[in-house]
Write a protein that binds this ligand. Structure first.
Ligand SMILES: Nc1ncnc2c1ncn2[C@@H]1O[C@H](COP(=O)(O)OP(=O)(O)O)[C@@H](O)[C@H]1O
Ligand SMILES: C[C@@](O)(CCOP(=O)(O)O)CC(=O)O
Ligand SMILES: [Mg+2]
Length: 305
């Protein structure tokens, strides 16, 4: 049995705007999805969402990953078991992590010899198929790890301050939120396109600030980015409550991460403020997760279980 894992991510800048080619900065975080694969009589996919065969309703990402790998290998029967530390439909890139880890595990089991670039590319095609429109960000960062600038595919230094995530525990579908933004953009292109472009400009400004470890200025810009995410309609009362709970308790910055609607916000923690921020998020009704960014992308965990 082969086990591979891939990380989730948080966006410092640029979700949604990156779908339209603007720049984004995204960090892999130490929360991973593990995928175990072994040859079997038929195709079986097991996760907290259920046990199915190829099933584009219950397991769209994993089903498309199997079908994509069937173009390279003779995959007749395989059992795939998924375990994840990432809340599903939460803005932490659970869809990318499960897709990337599945492709890598099947790549090893069937000796396909894919490169990391191949894995990221195939996983991006799958996110596009399921979401309708998807940037390469989540799949790239989950494959490569680290702090990544997209679409430049440039690695930046790791962020040296603690990251606190606040989960509203409200499921949100990336496909739906990306669709809502597309609709708003086509209704008001002259208003929405400049907002998306401003978000991209913030990522470009922040690139230099990440190199300089200037988290105070990065934080100011992240808070502006939060305002613009609200402007394009991906905020919610629960997310705003957690954002202000974090900011009022020592966070340098706090904003939505990922698709929004529900799901998670992310805060950069100021000096010694990590537990105060986490407590404030919990008191405000959210679930706090203290984490760090990581250079580790997709990896083989074990060749025997
Ligand atoms: N542990 C998992 N097992 C099976 N499928 C998963 C798992 N995690 C995520 N997925 C798939 O990803 C979808 C959520 O992806 P998405 O809407 O992009 O949200 P996010 O990537 O922000 O968590 C789920 O509906 C499911 O299809
Ligand atoms: C909204 C978006 O920018 C990020 C979505 O991230 P997540 O699936 O919510 O983790 C979409 C994309 O980049 O494909
Ligand atoms: Mg996703």
């Amino acid at each position: 049995m082969i086990t591979c894992s891939a990380p989730g991510k948080v966006y410092l800048f640029g979700e949604h705007a990156v779908v339209y080619g603007e720049s984004a900065i995204c960090c892999a975080v130490e929360l991973r999805t593990k995928v175990h694969v072994e040859k079997s009589e038929s195709i079986i996919i097991e996760s907290t969402l259920g046990t199915t065969g190829i099933d584009h309703e219950t397991h769209p990402y994993v089903s498309y990953a199997i079908e994509k790998m069937q173009q390279l290998a003779n995959i007749e029967g395989v059992r795939i078991r998924i375990e994840s530390e990432l809340p599903v439909g939460s803005g932490l890139g659970s869809s990318a992590a499960v897709t990337v880890a599945t492709i890598k595990a099947l790549d090893i089991l069937y000796e396909c010899g894919l490169s990391l670039e191949d894995i990221a590319g195939k996983a991006h095609e799958i996110e596009r198929m399921v979401q309708g429109n998807a940037s390469p960000t989540d799949t790239y960062v989950s494959t490569m790890g680290g702090v990544v600038m997209i679409p430049q595919r440039k690695k930046l230094p790791l962020i040296e301050c603690p990251i606190v995530i606040g989960n509203t525990n409200r499921f949100s579908s990336t496909k739906e939120l990306v669709g809502n933004v597309a609709k708003l953009r086509s209704e008001f292109p002259e208003i929405i396109e400049p907002i998306l472009s401003d978000i991209g400009q913030m990522s470009l400004l922040a690139e230099k600030l990440v190199h300089e470890n200037d988290y105070e200025t990065i934080g100011k810009l992240m808070n502006v980015n939060q305002g613009l995410l609200d402007a394009i309609g991906v905020g919610s009362a629960e997310l705003s409550t957690l954002v202000y709970a974090a900011r009022n308790n020592g966070a340098i910055s706090a904003k939505i991460t990922g698709a929004g609607g529900g799901g998670c916000m992310v805060a950069l923690a100021g000096k010694d403020s990590t537990s105060a921020i986490a407590n404030a998020i919990e008191d405000a009704g959210g679930e706090a997760i203290i984490t760090k960014n990581t250079e580790e992308g997709v990896r083989l965990e074990s060749l025997n279980g």
